[in-house]
Design a protein around this ligand. Structure first.
Ligand SMILES: O=P(O)(O)OC[C@@H](O)[C@@H](O)c1c[nH]c2ccccc12
Length: 263
């Protein structure tokens, strides 16, 4: 079993447990459920923002502990106030050290929040909305095109946007007319191999009318410039900031260098 299979297996158990503790009807009663959403599409296209979706990630299966000393509130505030187009918050606990509480904490920021999770059940989409997300991730590698279709409808019904994550050309068929944003993950979730060229190669095959983001392994301003030339509107970056003692400060320096490079 590869890591993705393992995650999906425990995710099924987690979801069943969550359902038994709180019904969908109860989730729909939570205060954040009624709040309007921020549009990630709009924030990605906003010239005043950086296009960076900055991630809060304590650990990962490929890297182990990245940073377990920092606070979500402090880091997300620094990300948001320095031009992040969005915040990506891991809510998976076993592999990434995240939680739904992290997402609720990040919600005080007025920028779009991506629930970074392995979604395999509609329940998790209702949960995303009820606990403050604006966007969900659907990972093609663990879903059928039919599931992507149904989950996208559900997300839209709740006012959430959808990033469809693909890794290679075998997954292009998962992209649908309703897909808001296509994300190319440069990391193969089964082997952990990272290659930014994956985004460059796939860019020509993604329908022109889609907003495109590149995910994982982005470490430099030059990487962003290359991805922009290939037509990318957004850049999902975690480790490059999180591995620093002060990820907020690292983000600030990075965006200031990016702005200099763009003038
Ligand atoms: O830390 P990085 O290499 O900058 O990557 C961030 C993000 O792309 C990565 O965490 C990610 C992309 N897709 C995922 C799906 C599940 C968990 C994590 C991910």
């Amino acid at each position: 079993m590869n890591i993705l299979d393992k995650i999906v297996a425990y995710k099924r158990e987690e979801v069943e447990k969550a359902k038994s503790l709180k019904s969908i009807a109860e989730l729909e009663q939570l205060p954040l459920f009624e709040e309007p959403s921020f549009s990630l599409k709009r924030f990605l296209l906003d010239e005043k923002k950086t296009g960076i979706i900055a991630e809060f990630k304590r650990k990962s299966p490929s890297k182990g502990i990245i940073n377990d000393k920092v606070k979500v509130s402090q880091i997300t505030r620094a990300y948001a106030s320095n031009g992040a187009s969005g915040l990506s918050i891991l809510t998976d606990e076993p592999s990434f050290g995240g939680s739904i509480d992290d997402m609720i904490t990040a919600r005080f920021n007025d920028v779009p929040i991506l629930r970074k999770e392995f979604i395999i059940d509609e329940y998790q989409i209702v949960e995303a909305k009820a606990y403050g997300a604006d966007v969900i991730l659907l990972i093609a590698a663990i879903l059928t095109p039919e599931q992507v279709h149904d989950f996208t409808l559900k997300a839209h019904e709740l006012g959430l946007e959808v990033i469809l994550e693909i890794h290679d050309d075998s997954e292009l068929g998962h992209i649908q007319q309703r897909t808001d944003i296509v994300g190319v993950n440069n990391r193969n979730l089964k082997t952990f191999e990272v290659d930014i060229e994956q985004s460059i190669r796939l860019s020509h095959h993604i329908p022109e009318n889609k907003i495109k983001i590149s995910e994982s392994g982005i470490n430099s301003v030059q990487d962003i410039l290359n991805l922009k030339s290939a037509g990318y509107n957004g850049f999902l970056i975690g480790e490059n900031f999180m591995k620093q003692e002060d990820p907020g400060l690292a983000f600030m320096k990075f965006t200031s260098d990016l702005r200099d490079a763009l003038v």
